[in-house]
Ligand binder design. Structure first.
Ligand code: ZN
Length: 180
């Protein structure tokens, strides 16, 4: 844990910067469960072990940079929840600001886990841990308020209470009502 101090400062920064976008994070996971990823024109592909990064054609980010950032976030996640096998699940960075998932037009979705790929909107490296947690637990967010959310806040600086539906329980506790 101690060795992660420097990267974590950077991760926290990213968490704050992108906090506002997280409200719509990976909505549609339940519906899209079992879906294969849509086709994507790959401009650049790079890898390190079982971590394969694909940059959509037209991306301004170099694959090697995206790989380094992805590896960093994956390591931090893995230190708490264990390494997830990504063989056959490339991490794909799309050129668009938000992901285009059929049925969810208008939602600001920045990360989504398919059966055969993890898609992240342009530059959203900090969303990788959330998607890795889907690789670990499946499409549902059930139980995430107990372990993933507190970790996300403490380590990444990303508050997902509202998005994951944890806010109500916290409010009840605060106002002195019996918690569930
Ligand atoms: Zn999710």
């Amino acid at each position: 844990m101690q060795t992660c101090r420097q990267p974590l400062d950077e991760l926290r920064h990213w968490g704050r910067v992108h906090l506002v976008l997280l409200a719509g994070w990976c909505v549609g996971a339940a519906v899209a469960c079992g879906m294969g990823a849509p086709p994507m024109k790959v401009g650049e592909r790079c890898s390190s072990g079982d971590l394969v990064v694909e940059m959509e054609l037209g991306s301004a980010t170099r694959c090697s940079d995206a790989l380094a950032r992805s590896d960093q976030f994956r390591a931090v996640y893995g230190a708490r929840f264990g390494a997830q096998d990504l063989a056959g699940i490339p991490v794909r960075y799309r050129v668009t600001e938000f992901l285009n998932i059929p049925g969810y037009e208008g939602w600001n979705i920045i990360g989504h886990t398919y059966d055969d790929a993890i898609d992240l909107a342009n530059g959203h490296f900090e969303s990788l841990p959330h998607e890795l947690n889907h690789v670990r637990t499946g499409p549902s967010h059930d139980g995430w308020c107990k372990d993933y959310e507190p970790w996300s806040e403490a380590v990444l600086g990303i508050d997902q209470r509202s998005y994951l539906g944890c806010a109500l329980a916290r409010e009840e506790t605060k106002s002195g009502r019996a918690s569930r």
